[in-house]
Write a protein that binds this ligand. Structure first.
Ligand code: SF4
Length: 391
């Protein structure tokens, strides 16, 4: 062998692996610019809706510490890094859903022990909102296990009333009620809804393995109807469904190339529920969450990134990594729809330890106006016993 063959040219590309052999980040030894990871190259670029899937994949595949650092940098350029919004999600109509989402214990197709219930009474919903506000939440989200609102006029009218009242409490209000048509989106906007949640869940390619009862395009249509009506959109997904990393990137690609980025992007880690088809799925690691959160933060720099379901599995140091990567919202309260959530006291302690503060509501988005309407309880609201002594 000649001596010449033993010398590697200075311009040759080297590869560093992070955790998986497939995740190779190319780093050249040529110049400083060429040695930057994709996370470094794309952090802080102006808002874009024309990301290519390859660009997002390269960001996602950046060395983890780089991704964490640049996610944190973009986060701090766009938000107060200490502020984390506390949201409360209440299941106002649980179980008995006709859809077949394979992760969901509320689908009537799976034996999970979740019983079908009617819409909660108005006073129960409004008290829950008041309690959430008293505990520091600034967004209250009402979730109903419905495919859509067809044939639910009277329940929808009640929900519109709740939106008005909860908004007038000085909270952001969000709903997740299934598919929405244009008229329903407009009614929600007129009631003062801040945001509508409709997750895409995963990539277009992997989606049919998870849900067969409605299409990806139907989901996008609901998002479009909400955005057209002037409501903020909350849309994200779940990792740990059995998808490939390319599917996570595919989800982020769809979200970040919408004409308008979602105002918020929930990142959920599957909590496998016994009785669902995904009951045997392995839990995801915090590093997978960090990778997802930081990539979302870099490609959608002004969106709220919400560390959502599955948080209960993560320790305070693990959650700290997620906040560092760019998450700036959590769901508080003992339950997240039907699955367990972190204890309030544990969250309080975490905020103290990490020096986090509660993010105030943002009333300059979606259908919101700066002024808060007068708080008027609807006629259906009856005070509970513990309050009647003060009357
Ligand atoms: S995720 Fe929503 S739509 Fe799907 S089964 Fe559960 S409640 Fe129904």
């Amino acid at each position: 062998m000649s001596f010449r063959l033993l010398i590697r040219p200075l311009t040759q590309t080297r590869s560093f692996s992070t955790t998986l052999p497939s995740r190779l980040a190319s780093v050249t030894q040529k110049t400083a610019t060429e040695s930057l990871s994709a996370a470094a190259l794309h952090a802080g670029t102006p808002m874009r809706n024309d990301w290519t899937r390859e660009e997002i994949q390269a960001i996602y595949d950046s060395p983890l510490m780089d991704l964490l650092y640049y996610g944190a940098k973009v986060h701090r350029e766009n938000f107060n890094g200490r502020e984390v919004q506390q949201c409360t999600l209440l299941s106002i109509k649980t179980g008995g859903c006709t859809e077949d989402c394979k992760y969901c214990p509320q689908s009537s197709r799976y034996k999970t022990g979740v019983k079908a219930q009617k819409l909660l009474d108005s006073d129960e919903i409004l008290y829950a909102a008041q309690r959430a506000k008293d505990a520091g939440s600034t967004r209250f989200c009402m979730g109903a296990a419905w495919r859509d609102l067809a044939g639910r006029k009277s329940n929808f009218n009640k929900i519109l009333d709740h939106v008005k009242v909860i908004r007038s409490m000085g909270m952001e209000v969000c709903c997740t009620l299934g598919m929405l048509n244009e008229e329903q989106a407009k009614q929600l906007k007129d009631a003062g809804l801040t945001a509508y949640n409709h997750n895409l869940d995963t990539s277009r390619e992997f989606y049919p393995k998870i849900i067969t009862t409605r299409t990806y395009d139907e989901r996008l249509e609901t998002i479009n109807n909400a955005q057209k009506a002037g409501i903020s959109v909350c849309s994200g997904g779940i990792i740990g469904l059995g998808e490939k990393e390319e599917d996570r990137v595919g989800l982020l690609h769809t979200l970040s190339t919408l004409p308008q980025h979602p105002e918020s992007v929930p990142v959920n880690a599957l909590l496998a529920v016994p009785g669902t088809p995904l009951e045997k799925q392995e839990p995801v690691s915090v590093f997978e969450m960090v990778r997802m959160i930081a990539t979302a933060r870099i490609v959608m720099p002004k969106s709220m990134v919400r560390l959502s379901a599955g948080r209960v599995r993560f320790s305070i140091p693990e959650q700290a990594l997620c906040f560092m990567a760019g998450a700036n919202s959590i769901f508080t309260g003992d339950k997240l729809l039907t699955t367990p959530n972190n204890e309030m006291n544990d969250d309080k302690k975490m905020f103290e330890i990490l020096g986090l503060v509660s993010k105030p509501p943002n009333f300059e988005q979606g259908s919101d106006r700066k002024e808060i309407p007068v708080y008027q309880m609807p006629k259906c609201f009856k005070p509970r016993k513990e309050d009647s002594s003060e009357a």
